[in-house]
Design a protein around this ligand. Structure first.
Ligand code: HEM
Length: 456
């Protein structure tokens, strides 16, 4: 494929952009973080507990803390400890409140950022990855969001995902074959040897990226999302460096499809039309990028963490292997128990009442899906992983508002096939060591799960 070295308009604009109000402060976990002088006056309600404190997340989401908050402090204010001048945030922890905020885009905006910080440049004046992500559909409000979503839904239909069923199976088996070639004794890492490859190859394949580019796509998406973990992103500059390689790559692909249409998803985005309108070149580019990022971490983390829960509990594994519980239902419990994104952020556009408190215009809110999914007013015995859980109206794909996950149909099918093929191939799968988590308050995932597999 022809490679262009010039950056796209987005890259150029972002590179040119400066933030005069930015000053550098101390960071956390080995990173240097930028800080923006806040113009907001923080709400008067304050407490010590800061849910963005990474030390609370060392062993996974702090579920006991979330339970306590759901019971006695359902809208909790805290400062952003590692970003002291970014302004604090509200923690929305009850299922009902998460749904209320998610559905009210007029009061609670998605603009600028889905994470709690508005700026992520390595130092003052340096290019800021959030300037790029701020152009994606997930960080837009209606009417722009509605227009973009209508256009991409035209191309990204559930039927298109179903048409890929056999290719998905093929990719899943190819990845398992390669993992066994590298680890002939069957001792391997479920995340690094298997998990990271399947979703990026599936979405890359649909979008038309060559399979041999899978490693690069995995590397770029990892570096853009795991920014809180210095083991994966030693320096915040790495986030930008990944974008500098990723964006020209996608730009190239989109330009090629514009000149030579094929039957892939990238071409379908270019050709999608609603009321005579189409996506611009930059919008297709941003969309490709969003799909790679949103579809990767998510499906991988749900599969690997869900499998770990099955391996931890032989009774649950029997229910699945025996077919007593349909795989579609198993998938829903994987997502409820291990939502891939711990939260998504919204920003209040006006003063409002929520959970008996006053939210002010400009306040940030974290919709903690990890908490909503364990709300005892909705789920019986919510802290127990149980594939028999039905109905299962979890919030793993969002609280049901306009930003509800576009890839939910694809993810459900992919997860079902992935579990099915994995259990079919291996009569025995056992945990073979301690797992390690990604250090993050946003990504709810493991970076390593050692297992031992034996072919059936
Ligand atoms: C199990 C896997 C997945 C999970 C748990 C998941 C979860 C989510 C969540 C929580 C949101 C935000 C919802 C909100 O804040 O209201 C979202 C949005 C989105 N997801 Fe997924 N996702 C998954 C797989 C995928 C896949 C495979 C794709 C595509 C390849 C994808 C594409 C998107 C897009 C484009 C959005 C933005 C939608 C919008 O702004 O309207 N996701 N996803």
């Amino acid at each position: 494929m022809r490679r262009r070295s010039i950056p796209t308009d987005y890259t150029r604009n972002a590179l040119a952009r400066n933030h005069p109000d930015r000053v550098t402060r101390a960071g956390n976990a080995g990173h240097r973080f930028p800080v923006v002088v806040s113009t907001l006056s923080p709400p008067s309600d304050r407490a010590e507990l800061d849910l963005s404190d990474l030390s609370l997340w060392a062993d996974g989401p702090p579920h006991d803390t979330f339970r306590r908050l759901r019971e006695s402090d359902p809208l909790h204010w805290s400062e952003l400890g590692d970003f002291p001048d970014e302004g604090g945030f509200w923690s929305v922890v009850r299922f009902e409140d998460i749904a209320t905020v998610g559905r009210d885009h007029e009061t609670y905006s998605s603009q600028r950022s889905i994470i709690l910080v508005d700026h992520l440049a390595a130092e003052p004046g340096a290019p800021d990855p959030i300037d790029i992500s701020a152009n994606m559909m997930i960080t837009q409000d209606p009417p722009r969001h509605d227009r973009l979503k209508a256009l991409v839904q035209r191309a990204f239909t559930p039927k298109r995902a179903v048409e890929h069923t056999e290719r998905m199976r093929e990719i899943i088996n190819l990845v398992w074959d390669r993992a066994l070639e590298r680890n002939p004794d069957g001792h391997l890492d479920l995340v690094q040897d298997v998990g990271v490859y399947v979703p990026s190859m599936v979405i890359g394949d649909m979008l038309g990226a060559p399979r041999e580019d899978a490693d690069r796509l995995v590397d770029w998406t990892n570096r853009t999302t795991a920014f809180e973990d210095p083991r994966m992103v030693p320096d915040l500059d790495d986030v930008w460096r990944a974008l500098e390689e990723f964006i020209p790559y996608v730009n190239e692909m989109v330009s090629e499809r514009e000149a030579h249409p094929t039957d892939d998803l990238t071409t379908a985005f270019i050709e999608a039309e609603v009321d005579g309108e189409r996506l611009s070149h930059e919008e297709v580019l941003m969309f490709f990028f969003l799909l790679m990022v949103a579809g990767n971490d998510s499906t991988r983390s749900v599969f690997t963490s869900g499998m770990k829960s099955l391996l931890d509990d032989p009774e649950q594994m029997d229910l699945v292997r025996s077919g007593a519980v349909p795989l579609e239902q198993v998938v829903e419990e994987f997502i409820r128990y291990h939502p891939a994104f711990a939260y998504m952020r919204r920003t209040a556009t006006r003063d409002a009442e929520l959970a008996g408190k006053r939210v002010r215009a400009g306040d940030k809110l974290a919709l903690w899906y990890v908490s909503g999914n364990r709300d005892a007013t909705v789920f019986d015995d919510p802290d127990r992983f149980d594939v028999r859980c039905t109905p299962n109206p979890h919030q793993g794909f969002g609280g049901g508002g306009r930003h509800f996950c576009l890839g939910a149909g694809l993810a459900r099918l992919e997860l079902k096939l992935w579990i099915e093929e994995t259990l079919r191939r291996f009569g025995s799968i056992e945990l073979a060591g301690d797992s390690e988590r990604v250090s993050s308050t946003f990504l709810n995932q493991c970076r390593s799960i050692p297992v031992a597999v034996q072919p059936t």
